[in-house]
Design a protein around this ligand. Structure first.
Ligand code: R5P
Length: 294
């Protein structure tokens, strides 16, 4: 097996290659003046007859990076890759897992169809927004890895210490995972009910029951995008007397002043993984990816 990665994520891919003791090749990327993109394998001979692990984050610059991913897979197949296993740590378009409004595109299905058509043999990703939608629409073999446990363990060991805490699901989508983690970390949990206006994006959250009188809460979500969901839940927790609120999520997109929004709502810490690289990424995924092959 060899590892291939676009220039913008080569350094990270090389960590995986080093861990596995395999070679890596760079995929040079460019953007033409008219906005079109192009991927070019820096070495085609190494590809021929080999399985290829393509490490290809698609965030930020999602749309360009998706095109580059498709082009890379096409080129890898053309130059004789036996199998292409695409690692897309944060699965773009995964939130559009249904037609919320009449006439909308079902982007998740479209994206998965494209991966299948261009010949991706395995898709490897982390904590996808809706696991059952992924299962329903994927025609490619899927490996999903989970970081929720690692994130909570980090919060407990590095931030919370001996303080008693509750886990909070900011909406019903995260309830099952929060319930399961609460059991394994022997703590209480609660959840909120969230409604999003599909036209304006405006969010309303409402606690599902009384918030326990606790000192510390970890709100756990799959992703923090604008921070609107977390900020609203954090604010309610603070109003109910919670002293320390940790905002934890696997994918930290942190768009549109999300960080300020969270701190202004009373969040003490923001933690997550480097499925999207940023200063709040505390959990690293490179070794997890390597461990799939050892
Ligand atoms: C949606 O249901 C997801 O699980 C997240 O709650 C959501 O994507 C977070 O988005 P934002 O940070 O913009 O509220």
């Amino acid at each position: 097996m060899i590892i291939a990665a676009p220039d913008f994520s080569l350094e990270r891919a090389e960590k995986i290659a080093k861990n596995l003791g395999v070679d890596s090749i760079e995929i040079a990327t460019r953007v033409f003046p008219n906005g079109e993109v192009l991927a070019r394998l820096s070495d085609t001979t190494m590809v021929n007859g080999n399985d290829v692990l393509l490490f290809h984050p698609t965030y930020p610059e999602t749309n360009d990076r998706l095109l580059l991913l498709f082009q890379s897979v096409e080129a890898l197949k053309y130059y004789g890759a036996k199998k292409v296993m695409a690692v897309i740590p944060y699965l773009s378009y995964s939130r559009q897992d249904k037609r919320f409004l009449e006439g909308e595109s079902l982007s998740l299905k479209l994206f998965l169809d494209i991966l299948h058509v261009i010949g991706v043999d395995t898709l490897i990703s982390f904590d996808v927004h809706n696991a059952s939608a992924l299962k329903k629409y994927a025609k490619t073999k899927i490996e999903t890895l989970s970081l929720y446990n690692d994130i909570i363990r980090y919060a407990v060991e590095s931030l919370i210490g001996d303080r008693e805490f509750i886990l909070v699901a900011p909406d019903k989508g995260r309830l099952d995972i929060v319930r399961r983690l609460a059991k394994s970390f022997s703590c209480d949990y609660t959840y909120f009910i969230k409604e999003r206006d599909r036209y304006t994006g405006e969010i309303v959250v409402k606690e599902a029951g009384d918030i326990e009188k606790v000192d510390t809460a970890i709100i756990l979500d799959d992703e923090i995008s604008s921070g609107g969901t977390m900020a609203k839940v954090a604010k309610r927790l603070k109003e109910s007397g919670v002293d320390m609120v940790v905002a934890a999520a696997v994918h930290l997109l942190l768009v549109n002043n999300a960080v300020d929004r969270l701190y202004n709502a009373g969040v003490s810490y923001i933690i997550g993984s480097n499925t999207i690289d940023n200063p709040y990424s505390t959990i690293e995924i490179e070794d997890k990816i390597a461990s799939l092959f050892t």
